[in-house]
Each structure stands twice: as structure tokens, then as C-alpha cells.
Ligand binder design. Structure first.
Ligand SMILES: NC(=O)c1ccc[n+]([C@@H]2O[C@H](COP(=O)([O-])OP(=O)(O)OC[C@H]3O[C@@H](n4cnc5c(N)ncnc54)[C@H](OP(=O)(O)O)[C@@H]3O)[C@@H](O)[C@H]2O)c1
Length: 258
């Protein structure tokens, strides 16, 4: 049997499906965009840094859409641009996110709280609203949000109250959208990563003390990588995860299992 006819391979195939991946200019989003393209999807990559997006889009035969997702008015142009450039989106991966303050909860500035919620929670909802009519027209769709284990457990020593609230909010949003949109065969899930090295967490891994803390709290005896998250996203995006909806799947090397 040739690989393309193997039923297991077929489950993960995304031939010709149009996917949008936000936060694709680095880290997890970039790895997810490459993996979806590798599975056959036509991928639109979204973030602010045009040069990086253009390079990635060239490499995977996709479409670069530069946008500041914290600005709801600009965000409104993303899905129409993808629909025009590639066709109706069937997959949306909301990976863009950031942490705007490391102050303790009692001192988090209101501006940082608002920016965190705007990018990490409001933008995924607005993008989900924007892809909804396309997914309805296609008769199916898969939305995968990227949250964090801090949406589920407190992380001692690394203050992140508004970030945690935004990520927990994604899980609530996921369950509600899953129930409301199931009748359109639109599935909505969330992947909650533990710690892995990226631009956001680089300073943590570069500090021997902080890296030791991460190692001590992670049962699996190695550092996580973006590729560890990609498998879960691929599963949820395509037919292999076809009966999974409303779930938050934790990928954390066992951090929250202790
Ligand atoms: N690394 C971890 O340990 C970890 C753990 C738990 C959860 N996460 C989550 O995983 C996701 C990916 O993070 P990462 O670790 O891969 O970090 P990263 O490398 O810093 O990636 C963040 C991405 O978000 C984009 N982004 C940030 N602000 C944006 C804005 N205003 N508009 C549009 N795009 C914006 C960035 O691109 P531009 O700067 O080009 O806009 C970048 O592509 C995030 O949601 C993060 O919260 C990460």
C-alpha cells in the first residue's frame, strides 16, 4: 500500500484544505504552519512581522497576511484576505499570544490587563466569528486555540494573573463554541502547552536557576519543543480528531499531572 492510501496516513491528511495560523512568525505558530502545509493544507500565516511571514509563506507555498491582531479593526481584514487569496478557511489555529506584564497580581497595570485579554482572548473569538460563515458554507471546520497550563493551574514564582485569565477564558470559549457550532460540524478545541523554549520563554531558559525550576517541575526528563505541540494540533485540526470537540488537551510533559 502506498503511503497516501494508508488509512492511518489519510487520517492526518489535509489535502487542499485552507488553514489560517496566527502567531506564525515564530515559535509554535511557525511550527504548526509548516506541519499543516506538510499535511497538504494551503496555509495563511498571520502575525505582525511581514518579513518573517513572507519567508515562511514562500517556503510552504502559503499566503502571508500581516496584521496586528490586538487591533479589532485591522483584524477584520484577515479572513476576507485569506478567503480571496486561498479560498474558504476550514481550519483556524489561534496561536498568537503574549504576556504583557510580569508584575504580581496586585500591581498588574490595567493597560497590560486589557492588552493581554485583547490579544489572547478577544482576537481568537473575533477570528472564530469571521471564519464561522465560511465553515458553515463548507459544512465543516476545525478551530484550535492555544492556551497554556497557566489557564488551569497557578505557576508559583512566575506571576501572570491576566495571562492566566485570558488562557482559562479560551477553554471556556472553546466549550461554548463547540456546543453552539456542533450542528454545523464545526469542532472547537484548545491545546494547552506547558513550557517550551520560544521567544516568549527564551529568558527563562537562559537563566540556569529558572531552567532548573522548569526541569524539576516537569516529570518527563527532557525539554519540550514546538514539535511536541504540533502533533496535538494536527490531530485536532483534521479527520483523526473528527469526533473531538470542546476539549482542552494539555501537552506539558506531565507538569499538571503531579
Ligand atoms: N512557549 C511556551 O512555553 C508557551 C507556554 C504556554 C502557552 N504558550 C502559548 O503559545 C502561543 C505561541 O507562543 P510561542 O511560545 O510560540 O511564542 P512566540 O514565539 O513569542 O510567538 C508568539 C507569536 O504571536 C505573534 N503575536 C504577538 N503579538 C501579536 C499581535 N499583536 N498581532 C499578531 N500577532 C502577534 C508573534 O508574532 P509578531 O511578533 O510577528 O506579531 C509570534 O508569531 C502563545 O499563545 C503562547 O501564549 C507558550
Amino acid at each position: 500500500m502506498t503511503p497516501e492510501h494508508d488509512p492511518t496516513t489519510r487520517m492526518f491528511a489535509l489535502d487542499g484544505r485552507v488553514a489560517i495560523v496566527t502567531g506564525a512568525s515564530s515559535g509554535l505558530g511557525a511550527a504548526v504552519a509548516r506541519a499543516l502545509a506538510g499535511a497538504g493544507a494551503r496555509v495563511a500565516v498571520v502575525a505582525r512581522r511581514r518579513d518573517r511571514l513572507a519567508q515562511l509563506a514562500d517556503g510552504i507555498g502559503g499566503l502571508a497576511v500581516a496584521c496586528d491582531l490586538a487591533d479589532p479593526e485591522r483584524l477584520g481584514a484577515v479572513v476576507p484576505a485569506v478567503a480571496e487569496g486561498l479560498g474558504r478557511p476550514e481550519i483556524l489555529v489561534n496561536a498568537a499570544g503574549n504576556m504583557f506584564t510580569t508584575e504580581r497580581a496586585e500591581a498588574e497595570p490595567l493597560d497590560a490587563v486589557r492588552r493581554t485579554l485583547e490579544l489572547n482572548l478577544v482576537a481568537p473569538l473575533l477570528l472564530a466569528q469571521a471564519v464561522f460563515p465560511h465553515m458553515c458554507a463548507l459544512g465543516r471546520g476545525s478551530i484550535v486555540n492555544v492556551s497554556s497550563i497557566s489557564g488551569r493551574v497557578g505557576i508559583p514564582g512566575i506571576p501572570q494573573a491576566s495571562y492566566a485569565a485570558s488562557k482559562a477564558g479560551l477553554s471556556g470559549l472553546t466549550a461554548e463554541l463547540a456546543v453552539q457550532w456542533a450542528r454545523h460540524s464545526i469542532r472547537v478545541n484548545t491545546v494547552a502547552p506547558g513550557f517550551f523554549r520560544s521567544e516568549i520563554t527564551g529568558p527563562l531558559y537562559d537563566s540556569e536557576r529558572a531552567a532548573g525550576y522548569l526541569r524539576r517541575h516537569t516529570p518527563l526528563p527532557r525539554e519540550g519543543s514546538a514539535d511536541d505541540i504540533v502533533g496535538a494540533v494536527l490531530w485536532l485540526a483534521g479527520d483523526a480528531g473528527g469526533y473531538v470537540t470542546g476539549q482542552t488537551v494539555v501537552v506539558d510533559g506531565g507538569w499538571t499531572a503531579r
